[in-house]
Design a protein around this ligand. Structure first.
Ligand SMILES: Cc1cc2nc3c(=O)[nH]c(=O)nc-3n(C[C@H](O)[C@H](O)[C@H](O)COP(=O)(O)OP(=O)(O)OC[C@H]3O[C@@H](n4cnc5c(N)ncnc54)[C@H](O)[C@@H]3O)c2cc1C
Length: 359
């Protein structure tokens, strides 16, 4: 055994790291405050890499590429086949200037990832509509991102919790106020945006976004098979397939208040308006959920994975890509934790257990 590890935060980052840690020999306990402020619950679940690759974000692109390659292993570990809801993406422009912006992105991707060029072929309007007949007739063109899909993030979280349970990890519903009260030789803080409440020196900012969930009715056309990421008259909008519907997202703007997760009418109207033009058949879907979340973002968009002191490590700041980057994060965290494994029990070190362990 490597030692006792407490993970503070039960979002996708905390749970994925907890699973990797228990699998590599740590005795793990997860402390989580519940779903109210959890970005992982509201997310779209896209495993973005190519479609998220923008000039100036070279490091993030390289990390996303690495994380993408780790996803099959994580899905295999979870052995829950219906987590994956799409395997490919289409990037779609509404106007010639939207397509020109997508082409700039494509040129950047081709220069950064020359080995992946075959995965990002250009697609004419006709080709896009052949791949997704429900797309509007007036799309102008775009490209494909082959092998870049999406997961149902809620099923993913449920599968991670089940795998942790099966591996004997204690999952405690508790809000941690002070890390000194947390048992364990090592602590991993993966508390999303709230990481900065526990560790005020960690530089994070919140980016709020509205996101909607729609369910297919018996009169509806089928959900798309691909993730559709559109640039629609200069604005991003995406449709992520689910078994019974679509996740429609998402707006993005600076959050001035960490507690404000109320969806704004303007954001919802923009999303519905753009998506209605992108896929007219969406009108027959039921609108089942309107929500907003806050992306926990680092200053440069790259996740912060670093040691804070001899007992505490932080993994936070995953911004708009935390689902996609979860397996890479776990891979990075393990060696940092292992460097400080003492192989002694908590009792030996006389650590004060201020929090009762309970399920
Ligand atoms: C609208 C929207 C759409 C998105 N779409 C995508 C997407 O398609 N693909 C993608 O990859 N990413 C997406 N993201 C980003 C992604 O959701 C986040 O990057 C990711 O969920 C961050 O995970 P996390 O585990 O760090 O934080 P969270 O999911 O926020 O989890 C933090 C957890 O810590 C717990 N916690 C906080 N403080 C404490 C405490 N003091 N004690 C105990 N527990 C505590 C909380 O209760 C919570 O459960 C989206 C985000 C938003 C808002």
């Amino acid at each position: 055994m490597l030692g006792e590890l407490a993970v503070v935060g039960g979002g996708v980052v905390g749970l994925t790291c907890a699973l990797a840690a228990v699998d590599s020999g740590w005795r793990v306990t997860v402390f989580d405050a519940g779903p109210d402020r959890r970005a992982s619950d509201v997310a779209g679940g896209m495993l973005g890499c190519l479609a998220e690759g923008h000039p100036g974000e070279d490091r993030l692109l390289a990390i996303s590429r690495e994380s993408t390659s780790l996803w099959p292993g994580l899905l295999n570990r979870l052995s829950c086949p219906d987590i994956l809801t799409a395997t490919d993406s289409l990037l779609v422009g509404a106007t010639p200037s939207d397509v020109a912006a997508l082409e700039t992105q494509m040129r950047f991707l081709r220069s950064e990832l020359p080995d992946d060029t075959h995965r990002i072929p250009s697609a004419s309007a006709r080709e896009l509509r052949t791949l997704e007949p429900a797309l509007a007739r007036n799309v102008a063109g775009g490209f494909q991102a082959v092998g870049e899909g999406a997961v149902d993030n809620r099923k993913l979280l449920a599968a991670l919790r089940a795998a942790l349970d099966a591996a004997g990890v204690m999952q405690v519903r508790a809000e941690i106020d002070n890390l000194a009260d947390v048992p364990g030789e090592q602590i991993l803080v993966a508390a999303g945006l709230d990481t900065r409440r526990l560790l005020p020196d960690v530089d994070l900012r919140g980016e709020k976004g509205e996101i909607l969930r729609l369910r297919r009715t018996r009169w509806s056309v089928a959900p798309p098979r691909n993730v559709i990421r559109a640039r629609w008259h200069g604005r991003p909008v995406y449709l992520v397939p689910r078994e019974d519907g679509i996740v429609l997202g998402a707006t993005q703007y600076e959050a001035y208040d960490d507690t404000d997760r109320a969806p704004l009418a303007g954001g919802v109207a923009d999303l519905l308006g753009d998506a209605d033009e992108l896929m007219p058949g969406l009108r027959t879907y039921e609108l089942t959920e309107v929500s907003a979340g806050i992306r926990p973002s680092s200053a440069d968009g790259v996740p912060l994975i670093e040691r804070v002191d001899e007992r505490v490590t932080v993994a936070a700041g995953h911004g708009r890509n935390g689902i996609a980057l979860a397996p890479w994060t776990a891979q990075q965290v393990l060696p940092v934790l292992a460097q400080h494994s003492t192989h002694t029990s908590t009792e030996d070190r006389g650590v004060h257990h201020g929090i009762d362990r309970e399920r």
